[in-house]
Design a protein around this ligand. Sequence first.
Ligand code: ADP
Ligand code: ASP
Ligand code: MG
Length: 466
Amino acid sequence: MGSAVSVVMKFGGTSVADADAIDRLIGIVRGHIGSSGAYPPVVVVSALAGVTDKLIEVARQAEEGDGERAIATLQALLDRHLTMAATVTVTSRVALLASVRAEFEELIGLVHALAVLREVSPRSLDAVLAAGELVSSRIVASALVDHDIPSAWVDPRSVLVTDAEYMCAAPDMEATRRRSQERIRPIIDAGQVPVLGGFVGATPNGVTTTLGRGGSDYSAAIFGAALGAREIQIWTDVDGMLTADPRVVAQAQLVPALSFAEASELAYFGAKVLHPSTILPAVDRNIPVRILNSHRPDRPGTVITADGRRPDGALTAIACKRNVTVIDITSTRMLMAHGFLRRLFEVFERFKTAVDVVTTSEVSVSVTVDDTRRLDDIVDNLRHFADVGCEPEMAIISMVGENLRSDPALFGRAVMALDRVALRLVSQAAGRRNVTFVLRDADVPAAMGRLHETFFEARALTKSRR
Ligand code: ADP
Ligand code: ASP
Ligand code: MG
């Protein structure tokens, strides 16, 4: 075993959005080194805010054969990166600007070729999207050096080994652990901060892959587990995991602590602050994950550990996943026949579509899906043996809390709070730390508002009256 690694710090898009954000990042890294002494943190960064969306737009323009527009969009992105790079560095400016230009030159060459072919495969899309993190991490590494924090840029493609499922690659943890020990560990041991782009990896033979949208959180957890970190920190633009999505419920409050299981349920059911896979590597090595606000680094944030039960017996948080589709599969003849469910789920497996919620009744099975890219194929295949109906513009609300297991009254209160909201499906997980409602997407703001009021605002009111 090598020496201990202190922490992995991941900075999301808005935490590297502009020069001020980079200044805050430098302050956070400096503060950490100052307080913890020996071990520098490992820094993982996302692309600058909005860049991945722009790169997807570039790929679409190339696919439509509009090479000129794609290159113009890239040129604007290059300018944004060059301006930022020049603002955050002095001594290393010339070298940094050259490497930013080189990264974009390669990208422009690739996009040009894609526009001529009018074809963007998932594999090519990953090569385009990876550029966002490759270039943002180079800027951060140079900015740290320029501010007297010794650091070294590491190409994530030389460390994070994945399978070839482009756009949602899965890590090979053992190979990644070996490479992390070989390539990241010596940098830490030399007293430098390794800086890597998140979201990006490569197959064993070096083809660029990505881990799926929001995947930088996952990268941070993968590197944290591979290096045996003491903590994985997710620096973002909110104070931590909140009791609800703050864009839906303005009164959302901080959840100071929660369990790995609760966090993964919340992430899976729409709490975007954490990529759903982030928790897996952390659980395997029992490494706490802390969510922190890069705008207010002095705040305590949320800590996620093996046992995060709320001491007051209440619910932990409510998440929502918007715009899902409900598929009803009915077969009076077949439903109870053995092999029916296997046949049904094989269709979803064949078209690589994940099912989120499943409920069954005497004659029908209802499922929800988020990804509708293969919906037509799925429906066509299901129709070989059942009647199928689809309902788009639905949503999932998931109430999560370890205490749901011990307090059945919580479920009753939720149903009462949702009085007059039409509930399409209701399901309670086997582990019973979550209750899930499927309803019309248009009803989400009202339903979330009522649930939040019932479980969190009333309590805050009693507390403040005490
Ligand atoms: P980053 O760029 O740092 O990865 P994201 O945009 O991916 O940040 O995630 C942070 C955002 O997640 C917040 O700004 C907030 O709008 C959203 N969010 C949704 N649900 C929650 C929740 N339960 N708690 C905190 N944030 C949430
Ligand atoms: N930049 C990637 C995205 O926007 C990954 C991430 O930020 O986590 O999805
Ligand atoms: Mg994110």
